[in-house]
Design a binder for this molecule. Structure first.
Ligand code: ATP
Ligand code: MG
Length: 362
């Protein structure tokens, strides 16, 4: 069995720097490492509809935005299969069978879903589809027999749920599904990048994002408005690093060569942090440095995006071809699942022969 990646994003908005450090950058590195036999990247429109049922146009309009962001970051359709979830009906069929292997109380314990229910004011009435989306994610991952799922930390409970379904399925019906491993970012700041407002997670739904396609002026404005240490009022005041979003972003993005280029008074981030903690270093100076770092990282992405924006028909064609290819693989897994579950009546010659014999004897 080869090494296979499956991961994806919900088309609920453009992708942001949280996606980039949490998963996207890693995917491109893994793609270019040549160590993987197959890489499937899914635009999860069916999942996005579970909490946007009344706003299908939002999902529809954002598919191309996510695809453009993928290509802009360096995902290469020659090396990775980019596809749209809803175009693979086998995923829905797998979800339906997996539902029998999961209890309601198990779903209720999922901490990410719990937070998301609160965020969306779903407490009083949760759409069933939304409540069960961790099961559909298990279908997405197993349909491609993924061995590796590179995602942010918020996806850990989903991977645990998937692994439980795999174990249960294999123990009840026989070894059929592949047990996937989560691949989290190595850099702690990238596990769950906070929003520019300092809120726990940068998220399209919270409007606290720096988007990958953002223009330079907008990036600068957002960086200059970022949440820091509210008690760091005068430059001479000692500053706190915990919960200081600007430093979290520097943890995620800055490298020693950035200091050489943009802030040569300091050798590295540790020196900058120490000065901030001692007092005597103003937020504006740190923010200006972060702005340089982000501008350098995002410029090539924005420029590549502009090239693909000129040929939208080509981008849709990539998704169409990717979806056709993905469907073939998912169908293969669905056949295996149906064989294992013994719902393959017409393919089972033995079954028909046995029933024929049963009634011949009477
Ligand atoms: P939504 O609010 O619609 O759920 P989202 O911004 O949470 O959108 P998703 O499409 O749910 O984005 O997540 C896609 C991938 O990006 C997942 O692997 C997730 O872990 C990762 N990710 C999203 N936000 C962050 C973040 N702030 N830090 C690190 N990784 C993130
Ligand atoms: Mg999310």
């Amino acid at each position: 069995m080869g090494k296979i990646i499956l991961t994806g994003d919900r088309p609920t908005g453009r992708l942001h720097v949280g996606h980039y450090v949490g998963s996207l950058k890693r995917r491109v590195e893994l793609q270019n490492s040549g160590e993987y036999d197959k890489i499937y990247i899914m635009i999860a429109d069916a999942q996005a509809l579970t909490d946007n049922a009344d706003n299908p146009d939002k999902v529809r309009e954002n598919i191309i935005e996510v695809a453009l962001d993928y290509l802009a970051c360096g995902l290469d359709p020659e090396k990775s299969t980019l596809f749209i979830q809803s175009q693979i009906p086998q995923l829905t069929e797998l979800s339906f069978y997996y539902m029998n292997l999961v209890t309601v109380s198990r779903l209720q314990r999922n901490p990410t879903v719990k937070t998301e229910i609160k965020m969306r004011n779903f407490e009083a009435s949760i759409p069933v589809g939304f409540f069960t989306y961790p099961i559909s994610q298990a279908a997405d991952i197993t349909a491609f027999q993924a061995t590796t799922v590179p995602v942010g930390e918020d996806q850990m409970p989903m991977l645990e749920q998937t692994k439980e379904i795999v174990h249960k399925f294999n123990s009840v019906y026989g070894e059929t599904l592949t047990d996937p491993a989560i691949l989290l970012p190595e850099n702690e700041a990238c596990l769950r990048l906070p929003g520019i407002d300092g809120k726990s997670k940068m998220s399209k739904s919270l409007g606290n994002c720096i988007y990958l396609a953002e223009e330079p002026e907008e990036i600068k404005k957002k960086v200059m408005s970022m949440y820091t240490d509210p008690d760091h009022i005068k430059i001479t005041d000692p500053g706190k690093l915990e919960g200081n979003t600007v430093f979290t972003y520097l943890d995620a993005f800055s490298r020693p060569e950035h200091f050489e280029r943009y802030l040569p008074d300091y050798q590295n981030l540790d020196e900058l942090k120490a000065h901030y903690q001692r007092g005597g270093l103003g937020d504006v100076k740190v923010k200006k440095f972060l702005n340089h770092v982000l501008q350098e990282e995002l410029e090539p992405i924005r420029n590549r995006r502009k090239v693909y924006e000129k040929d939208i028909a080509y981008v849709y064609d990539i998704l169409r071809k990717g979806s056709i290819e993905a469907e073939k693989t998912a169908q293969q897994t669905l056949n295996d699942v149906k064989n294992a579950m013994r719902i393959n009546y017409f393919e089972d010659k033995e079954l028909i022969a046995r029933h024929t014999a049963k009634y011949q004897d009477q």
